[in-house]
Structure formats: structure tokens, C-alpha cells
Write a protein that binds this ligand. Structure first.
Ligand code: M6R
Length: 615
């Protein structure tokens, strides 16, 4: 969602800010802006739309300031517009702020500030921060920011500049990440001297690898010569420095035309890395899931809570946990879970799944489940993320940074992690023998090679995409694990191609959705060899009889399926339990090819954000 960058140093801030904002584009946003300190005060330039448009506009000004802040905004309070874009300024224009998060008491604060004569120009919650800092400023920006945050209810990552302190940026946070770092510069390389702030490390990795992730309440004062840190009372404090050793290349496209394609191709590696080190002495071990063997055995109810694609990974897990471990498992959309008073006992385990580890709905559900007494385990891709911090234990998927807004490799990492969890429960409860677990583990590991094979020849998928590209709508169907896969296929297609898509358990077709079908209507079926294969084939026949164009994801060697489908995309034969991994990959590619045919930006679909930090 929103992104923050800031720089104070010796170089022109404009270029540094634009570079940083470009690195944050993957998070999704609808407007962007910068505030740069010039000799005559703070200059703010904002644009609705892409960072490139902001950069183009900035080209018309000759801002030479070396201290500034920038922001990409994803609209929550107030529509996407130049007026609502950050940075926001105080009435006198001497304070400019950028803010991530939500100020929950902004309406009260706004009323109070208005009574004191403040005039507001935007519809945002964030603007109150600029006015509060203005009110509290008496020659010390750190103190003004500190006092202002005392009045705030909600979540915030904030960076502030002030006309009276020309080289200073002050940053702080609560429940929204802020990272700072200093670079002494390097005459032999492009690294420039100065201090940097961002909401995501990726925005400043070019400049420095030694960073400080601010803790809630900590305040950083950045100057061109270094950074000072203060606690909530304004006293100097110690911080923990972290060295980032992952390479920026990871965040580059690595020769692929877009991040989505790169990330789809990384999936075999994700499977291998997620499994590495899990089989110890012939037994499955997940140390991070630190329930004793007795606690595992006593577990009598599992909830998986998640949103979007992560929720679909949960649907797959339900099949496996119930089939192998015989534990009732409910999968809940996180935004619903907390409002319906679920049954939680001391033997309930909650598994919260979130790629970003920042999703507000999932976080709220975690807090609620813990208050009710459940043990909560997070499955996330982001080290030290709120989901990781707020859970009793965390399993990291090994997907590495995912840039494309549409989740692909992180989904596969989640499915593999959840599959291991299902095996662990079954092992602990004695429902699967050690030999059975070993066999399953080997077959699960084989899916890495099988996905590689799928990726090596995508011609049939491209051809099937042509059959969908001009459709108004599409239907995805499957049964069992195939129905969970069809939900993910439909989500992927709609989010990046803007083609309306629905997913149904195939048996539900006759109860309504079949009315949609007419000549050429695309029906995408998960028709792999499974216990319900024949039933799916019947559903294909019913659809075809009404004119549907059938695209079947089928098992290699199944020649018969050609009698019922217009396009067949073959995938290697795997155990039904693992078919989610192999069957999802062609659907990711299908969505991407359709989106490209329709001229869509596959990495940054409209209206979507990479991490959804609002409830
Ligand atoms: O970071 P999370 O896994 O918690 O995100 C949940 C959803 O917002 C996310 O999966 C979303 O549906 C993606 N755009 C799917 O591609």
C-alpha cells in the first residue's frame, strides 16, 4: 500500500526520492508526491497516477534541495487526487509530512485543530499530523513530532520535514514499518552520503545495507551526518542495527519481462527451499511450530485464517489436515473470523497465513484469537513482520521478496508449508506412520521438478489464453482440492486481467452458474486424475452442451479428456494431495497471458496493493 521515502545528504533529493519511490511501486498506489526543502522554504509537488508522471512534472522545476520526503499513496480516506496525495503541509507551509497507516481519531483531532484556526485542504486522515506538528513546534522538531504522536490513535509510520530545520528529517512509527539508514558514501561507487528513511528496506538498499528498523514509539532524527534515536519520552536511546545481505538483484526482473513471470519461474526453488532441512533422522520436524508432541496430539480443532490468495492456500490445507490428521479444520476469511465469536478452547490451534505479514484483517484476527486463548502460529514470507511478531510461533515460507502484486510464488510456499503442517499433525497423532510421512515428503519434493516441466513448455497455455482474452466473464470449476485451486485461478485472472471470473465447486454448476453459459463462454476446469475425475468430466459435458469453450487442466496421458475439452493443458501426474501445486502453476500463467493480451500491467494491477494494511 502506501510507501515512504526520505533523504537528507549532499546529493539532490529529487533524484533520490524518485528512485526510492520507484522501488516501492510494487506495493500498489494511486498517487505520489515529494516535499523538498529549498532555500525559500518547502516545495511540494504531487501527481495522481504513476511515479513516472511525478518525475516528469518535477523535470519542469529546478529543485536543487538536498533534503526531502516522498510518498506513494493508496487511497483510504478521500479519493485518489493531487489534493489528497502526500506530502501534506501545515497552514504556514513550514511543516510537511508523509504518513502510512490510519489515524483513527482524525475526525476529533481535525475538529479540535479547526477550532484553533487550522484550515484543512485535503480529505485525508493524515493531514492532521502536519497541523499537530505545526502546533507543537517550538524550535525542536523531534519534540514536536513526539508530542504530536501522543495525540494520535491508530497506526502510523511518519516522516516530517520543517522549514526551520533545513537538513533534518524526523521519523517515527507505531504498527507501521519505518526503516532508517546512514551511508558515509563511497567515492568509487554510486553510493551517496547521507541519511535515508523508508517504509520498506528495498527503497534504500542502493544506498546502504546497515539499517535500523525502528521499534514502535522510537523516533529517528536524520541529518546529513548521521542519525540520532530517541524513545517515547524523548530520551536518547539505543537501537539494533541490522545488516541486509540479500541482493537488490532479487528485486530486479532477472531477465524476465515482468516480476510476475520471474516469480512464477522461481516456484521450483521455493518448493525446494521450503522443504530443506525439514526431514531430520527420517522424521518430519518443524521446530518453529513449537507445540510439544502431547500438545500436537491433543489438538482437536484447527482454524486457518487468511485473506485472498493466502485464504486459498488455507482451503487446500483443510483437505490435507482433515484427510491425514483427522482434525476438524475450518478455513476463515480473517475479516469475518473475529466478528463471529468462533469456538476456541485451549486445544484449538490457529494458523494465520499472510505473505506480507502486514495484512490488517489477519493481524486483527490473530489478536482476537490470542485473547480468546488460542495458540496462534503465523505462516509468512516477511521476516520480523507484524504477523511474525504477534504470533506464538512463525514458519517462514522461503519465497523471498515477492514484488508483483498478484501472489504466485508465495502461494506455493504457503501450500508447501501447510502441507508439512498437515503431515506433522498426522505424524504426532499417529495417523500416518513415519514411513508414510517419508513417502509423502519425497513425493512433495518431486513437485519441484514437475513444476519445472510445466514451466518449460507453455505453448498450450498461451493458446488457451487466446480463447479467453475477449470474453466478458469466465468460470473456474473443480472438485475437492481442485475446487480450492479453481478459486485461486479465478482470483488470479480477475486481479490482473480485469476479466470477471467466478469459481465454483463443480457440483454446484447445476445449482445456478450453468445459467451463465452460452456460446464461447470459457469454462476452466481442474480435471486432473482424482477420485472425482468422472464427476468433473460430467460437468464438462453439461457445459459443452450449452456452448462453453472448455479449457481443461488434465493429467499427462489422459487422452480421453480431449473428447470433452477445446483446450487441454497437461500437467505431470502427482498424488491428488499435491495437485494444488502443479495445477495452480498453469492457471497463474493463463492469467498472465490473458492479462498481457488485454494490455494490462501484470505487476501492478489497478486498485490493488501488495500489502493491505487497512481493515
Ligand atoms: O499478504 P497477505 O498474504 O496477507 O495478503 C492477502 C491478500 O491481500 C493477497 O493474497 C491478495 O489477494 C493478492 N493480491 C493475491 O494475489
Amino acid at each position: 500500500m502506501c510507501g515512504i521515502v526520505g533523504y537528507t545528504g549532499e546529493s539532490r533529493a529529487q533524484e533520490v526520492l524518485i528512485e526510492g519511490l520507484s522501488r516501492l511501486e510494487y506495493r500498489g498506489y494511486d498517487s505520489a508526491g515529494v516535499a523538498i526543502r529549498e532555500d525559500d522554504g518547502i516545495h511540494v509537488v504531487c501527481r495522481k497516477g504513476k511515479v513516472a508522471e511525478l518525475a516528469h512534472t518535477l523535470g519542469h522545476f529546478s529543485l536543487t534541495g538536498t533534503c526531502g520526503i516522498g510518498h506513494t499513496r493508496w487511497a483510504t480516506h478521500g479519493k485518489p487526487s493531487e489534493v489528497n496525495a502526500h506530502p501534506h503541509t501545515s497552514c504556514d507551509g513550514n511543516i510537511a509530512i508523509v504518513h502510512n497507516g490510519i489515524i483513527e481519531n482524525f475526525a476529533e483531532l481535525r475538529d479540535e485543530l479547526a477550532l484553533r484556526g487550522h484550515v484543512f485542504s485535503s480529505e485525508t486522515d493524515s493531514e492532521v499530523v502536519a497541523h499537530l506538528v505545526e502546533d507543537n513546534y517550538h524550535g525542536d522538531l523531534v519534540e514536536a513530532v513526539r508530542l504530536s504522536t501522543e495525540a494520535l490513535v491508530g497506526s502510523y509510520g511518519i516522516a516530517v520535514v520543517c522549514a526551520q530545520e533545513p537538513d533534518v528529517i524526523v521519523a517515527t512509527r507505531k504498527d507501521s514499518p519505518i526503516v532508517v539508514g546512514y551511508s558515509a558514501g563511497d567515492a568509487g561507487s554510486a553510493a551517496m552520503r547521507g541519511s535515508f528513511v523508508a517504509s520498506d528496506i528495498i527503497a534504500m538498499l542502493d544506498a546502504t545495507r546497515d539499517v535500523v528498523v525502528l521499534a514502535d514509539g522510537q523516533i529517528a532524527k536524520l541529518t546529513p551526518n548521521g542519525i540520532e534515536y530517541f524513545d517515547e519520552q524523548g530520551r536518547p536511546c539505543e537501537v539494533t542495527h541490522t545488516h541486509i545481505d540479500w541482493d537488490l538483484d532479487l528485486a530486479e526482473k532477472g531477465g524476465y519481462p515482468d516480476f510476475m513471470m520471474k516469480e512464477i519461474h522461481e516456484q521450483p526453488r521455493v518448493i525446494r527451499d521450503t522443504l530443506a532441512g525439514r526431514m531430520v533422522g527420517g522424521r518430519l520436524e518443524i521446530d518453529e511450530f513449537d507445540l510439544s508432541p502431547e500438545e500436537l496430539d491433543l489438538t482437536d480443532r484447527v482454524y486457518v485464517i487468511a485473506c485472498g490468495t493466502s485464504y486459498h492456500a488455507g482451503l487446500i490445507a483443510k483437505n490435507l489436515i482433515e484427510a491425514w490428521a483427522r482434525i476438524p479444520c475450518e478455513v476463515e476469511v480473517a475479516s469475518e473470523f473475529r466478528y463471529r465469536n468462533p469456538i476456541i478452547t485451549p486445544t484449538t490451534v490457529v494458523v494465520a497465513v499472510s505473505q506480507s505479514g502486514e495484512t490488517a484483517d489477519t493481524l486483527a484476527a490473530i489478536r482476537d484469537a490470542r485473547v480468546k486463548g488460542a495458540k496462534v502460529f503465523g505462516i509468512t514470507n516477511v521476516l520480523g513482520s507484524p504477523v511474525a511478531r504477534e504470533s506464538d510461533g512463525v514458519i517462514y515460507t522461503k519465497a523471498n521478496k515477492e514484488i508483483a502484486v498478484a501472489s504466485t510464488k508465495s502461494f506455493i510456499g504457503q501450500v508447501v508449508s501447510l502441507t508439512l503442517l498437515a503431515m506433522l499433525f498426522a505424524q504426532a497423532k499417529g495417523k500416518l506412520t513415519t514411513a508414510q510421512v517419508r513417502l509423502l515428503f519425497r513425493e512433495l519434493a518431486d513437485t519441484a521438478d514437475q513444476v519445472e516441466r510445466i514451466l518449460s513448455d507453455t505453448d498450450d497455455i498461451r493458446e488457451a489464453a487466446l480463447a479467453c482474452k475477449d470474453a466478458k466473464s469466465a468460470l473456474f470449476i473443480g472438485r475437492g482440492i481442485g475446487s480450492a485451486v479453481s478459486y485461486e485461478g479465478a482470483l488470479k485472472l480477475k486481479e490482473i486481467s480485469y476479466l470477471h471470473a467466478e469459481a465454483y465447486a463443480a457440483g454446484e454448476m447445476k445449482h445456478g452458474p450453468i445459467a451463465l453459459i452460452d456460446e464461447g463462454f470459457p469454462v476452466i476446469a481442474i480435471a486432473t486424475k482424482s477420485p472425482t475425475y468422472d464427476k468433473v468430466v460430467s460437468n464438462l459435458q453439461e457445459s459443452r452442451a450449452r456452448g462453453a469453450t472448455i479449457i481443461a487442466i488434465a493429467t499427462e496421458g489422459d487422452e480421453d479428456i480431449k473428447n470433452y475439452a477445446d483446450h487441454v493443458i497437461y500437467i505431470p501426474k502427482v498424488r491428488d494431495a499435491f495437485s494444488a501445486i502443479t495445477a495452480t502453476v498453469p492457471l497463474q500463467l493463463l492469467a498472465r497471458f490473458v492479462a498481457l493480451e488485454r494490455g494490462c500491467d501484470v505487476d501492478q494491477p489497478r486498485n490493488l496493493a501488495k500489502s493491505v494494511t487497512v481493515e
